[in-house]
Design a protein around this ligand. Structure first.
Ligand code: DX5
Ligand code: ZN
Length: 225
C-alpha cells in the first residue's frame, strides 16, 4: 500500500507514575509504542532500568518499538527481543558487532532497527540496509524530548528512501524521531519517512488519541513512497 504510515508515540514525556493509563490513551489510534531506553552513558539521561522496561512491555497492548540509547547494545538488545518487543533498535554509534547484534535480535524473535544520530552519515549504515527491518534517522540529538526538529536531516531521509526503494520486499521502515509535530511531519513524510515517533506532540496534547490521528492524516497526505 503506497500510503501506509506508522505512528509510534513515545512515552518519554508521559507521566511515568501512571504509564498504564498513559499508554491506554493512545492504544486505539497508534500503531506502536516507542519505548526510549537511556542509560545515562550513551546519552546524558536515564529512563528505565531493564526490570521496569520489561514491566512496561508486559502491560502495553500496543506492539513495543524499543529504542536503545545505551552503551553495549550487543549484549542487552537480545534480552529486549526475548522479552516480547516487536522491534529492537540499537545505535550504530554504540554497537561493537553490527551483524552479530542484528542476528541475535532476530533469532530472539524481534524485528531489528538501526538508529543513527544527526552527525552520522547515511553511507555508514547503508551496508546493513538489506539486513534490517527499520532504519531510524534521528531528527534531534538523542537524550531528551521536546527539542526542535532538525530540518537539516531531510537530505539524509531522501537518500535513505531512494536506497530503500531499491531493496527487495519486505522493505525496511524509515523511521524518524525527534521534534515530530503537526508542523514538521509533512516535510518528513515528503522526504520519504513512513514511521514517525512523536513524544511531546502527543503527550502535551489535551487529546493524545486525536493527535495521533491528526499526525497520521498529515503524514499520509505527504508520504511520497
Ligand atoms: C529522544 C527520544 C525521542 C523523544 C522524542 O532522544 O529518542 O523518542 O521521546 O520526543 P519529542 O517528540 O518530544 O521530540
Ligand atoms: Zn526515541
Amino acid at each position: 500500500m503506497a500510503n501506509t504510515v506508522f505512528i509510534a508515540p513515545s512515552i518519554l514525556n508521559a507521566n511515568f507514575n501512571d504509564l498504564e493509563n498513559e499508554i491506554a490513551k493512545i492504544s486505539a489510534t497508534a500503531d506502536l509504542l516507542h519505548l526510549d531506553i537511556m542509560d545515562n552513558k550513551f546519552v546524558p539521561n536515564f529512563t528505565f532500568d531493564i526490570k521496569r522496561a520489561f514491566e512496561i512491555i508486559g502491560f502495553s497492548k500496543l506492539p513495543v518499538d524499543a529504542h536503545l540509547m545505551i552503551e553495549d547494545p550487543d549484549s542487552i538488545a537480545p534480552k529486549y527481543a526475548q522479552n516480547g518487543c516487536n522491534s529492537v533498535t540499537f545505535h550504530l554509534e554504540a554497537v561493537s558487532n553490527v551483524l552479530q547484534t542484528i542476528s541475535d535480535i532476530k533469532s530472539n524473535g524481534a524485528k531489528v532497527g538501526i538508529a543513527i544520530k544527526p552527525a552520522t552519515k547515511f553511507s555508514e549504515v547503508e551496508p546493513f540496509i538489506e539486513k534490517i527491518d527499520m532504519l531510524l534517522i534521528m531528527t534531534v540529538e538523542p537524550g531528551f524530548g521536546g527539542q526542535s526538529f532538525m530540518y537539516d536531516q531531510m537530505p539524509k531521509v531522501v537518500a535513505a528512501r531512494k536506497r530503500i526503494n531499491q531493496t527487495p520486499e519486505p522493505k525496511p521502515l524509515l523511521q524518524i524521531d525527534g521534534g515530530v509535530s503537526l508542523e514538521t511531519i509533512a516535510e518528513a513524510a515528503a522526504a520519504g519517512a513512513n514511521c514517525f515517533v512523536a513524544g511531546s506532540a502527543v503527550y502535551k496534547s489535551s487529546d493524545p488519541a486525536g493527535m495521533v490521528s491528526q499526525l497520521r492524516k498529515k503524514a499520509q497526505i505527504s508520504f511520497i513512497g
